[in-house]
Write a protein that binds this ligand. Structure first.
Ligand code: GDP
Length: 409
């Protein structure tokens, strides 16, 4: 598979306190970048430590604007998605660079105000989503409530992909409705996934729920519909392909569950990210404004490494070693040492240092190509700026209005 096919650019959005930080930590841990997560907070017990303190404690940056992790053979760029209630330029930029997202809900609180706002923004940008119902270990945890509210409050088509094994503080694992297997998470950090048969006493319920899931999938695949109608077995590959189609068409939202704090369920969610969220090749096509065209015509961008470069700065931070410009490459290849052109300022600049951010370190890289998200160091520019290579003069952001050229002759 090519580099672009194994890339996933995702955001994680949640109402405050649903466990977005804990989930992100777990993802970083399972993806091998943080070695041992220390228990510095009590699980829902009211003990608190804010993110800054947490970061200081561990000496790492849990969420830089974009963090790269690896899951199986996939490269997942996690983009920090501000959960602002207002529709700001910053939110717009962060949504623009995503190809998919995880919406985190609390199993007790269900869909809350911030989820409603963020989901509206995601719809506008046509971002395919998966849902993770977190805190399944809490008293009153109810995944069905979450599913009902996803439908009623967000107008989504949620499809339950798992059933919980054990309730509340006895929550022990998940029964997967695609593989019809049970998954348990062993080890101090839940690092080992153990696959077993679904417990006999919940098999009938799982089969019933699987029928409901398959029924939903018939909307996206006629062959699958025929097999369902004829009562035939449905190949697992066909189910995966149909879920992927449903997710990418925004026609359905698969629902997973677990307890990030109790180290249960997160790996199965990562499997779903890898399988169902689109690569940049499969994502919504992107376009830019051609500034050389008097009509400001929109031109399609091609996620092809061999085309002239088009990339956009979506977030800027100041670090001790200089300005860090987080950049999404839409077309072509960005190379260290090459000269690129800022289409807003009209200035040329040389790319001195390129880095890929991980949870606890920075990796110097020589180049990155279409579909990827990396950071340029020491480049003087503003968030929202587009960089191109000759002969292109494009602007990725539609809100950028070029100044009229005044002739003094
Ligand atoms: P965020 O505001 O969405 O980033 O939420 P945090 O990750 O900071 O979590 C908020 C609180 O919920 C913290 O006290 C966490 O320890 C707790 N928490 C997170 N995940 C779980 C979970 O799966 N179960 C329980 N019981 N508590 C959790």
């Amino acid at each position: 598979m090519s580099e672009i096919e194994v890339t996933r650019n995702i955001g994680i959005s949640a109402h405050i306190d649903s466990g977005k930080t804990t989930l992100t930590e777990r993802i970083l841990y399972y993806a091998g970048r943080i070695h041992k997560i220390e228990e510095v907070r009590g699980g829902g017990s009211g003990a608190t430590m804010d993110h800054m303190e947490l970061e200081k404690e561990r000496g790492i940056t849990i969420t830089s604007a974009a963090t790269t992790v690896h899951w199986h053979d996939k490269k997942i760029n996690i983009i920090d998605t501000p959960g602002h209630v207002d529709f700001t330029v910053e939110v717009e930029r962060s949504l623009r660079v995503l190809d998919g997202a995880i919406l985190v809900l609390c199993s007790v609180a269900g869909v809350q105000s911030q989820s409603i706002t963020v989901d509206r923004q995601m719809k506008r940008y046509r971002v395919p989503r998966l849902v993770f119902i977190n805190k399944m270990d809490r008293t009153g945890a109810d995944p069905f409530k979450g599913v009902k509210e996803l439908k009623e409050k967000l107008g989504l088509h949620p499809v339950l992909m798992q059933l919980p094994i054990g309730a509340e503080d006895q929550f022990d694992g998940v029964a997967d409705l695609v593989t019809m297997k049970a998954y348990y998470f062993d080890g101090d950090q839940g690092e080992t996934v153990r696959e077993e048969e679904i417990p006999a006493d919940m098999l009938a319920k799982a089969e019933e729920q699987r029928e409901i899931m398959l029924e939903e999938l018939t909307h996206f695949n006629d062959d699958l519909m025929e097999l369902v109608l004829e009562g035939e077995d449905i190949p697992e590959d066909m189910i995966h392909a149909t879920i992927k189609k449903g997710v990418q068409s925004l026609g359905m939202v698969p629902v997973y569950m677990g307890s990030a704090f109790k180290n249960k369920g997160v790996q199965r969610l990562l499997d779903a990210v890898e399988r169902y969220l689109p690569s940049p090749l499969e994502a919504e096509p992107q376009s830019a404004t051609d500034l050389d065209n008097p009509e400001g015509e929109q031109v399609p961008l091609e996620p092809d490494a061999s085309k002239p470069l088009v990339c956009m700065a979506f977030k800027i931070t100041e670090e001790q070693f200089g300005q860090v410009t987080y950049t999404r490459i839409y077309q072509g290849t960005l190379r260290k040492g090459e000269t690129i052109y800022n289409t807003r300022t009209g200035k040329k600049l040389r790319v001195g240092r390129l880095v890929r951010m991980h949870a606890d370190d920075k990796e110097n890289i020589d180049e990155a190509s279409a579909g990827d998200i990396i950071a340029m160091v020491g480049v003087d520019c503003a968030s929202g700026d587009t960089f191109c290579q000759d002969p292109l003069n494009y602007a990725c952001e539609s809100i950028f209005v070029p100044e009229p050229v005044i002739s003094l002759a």
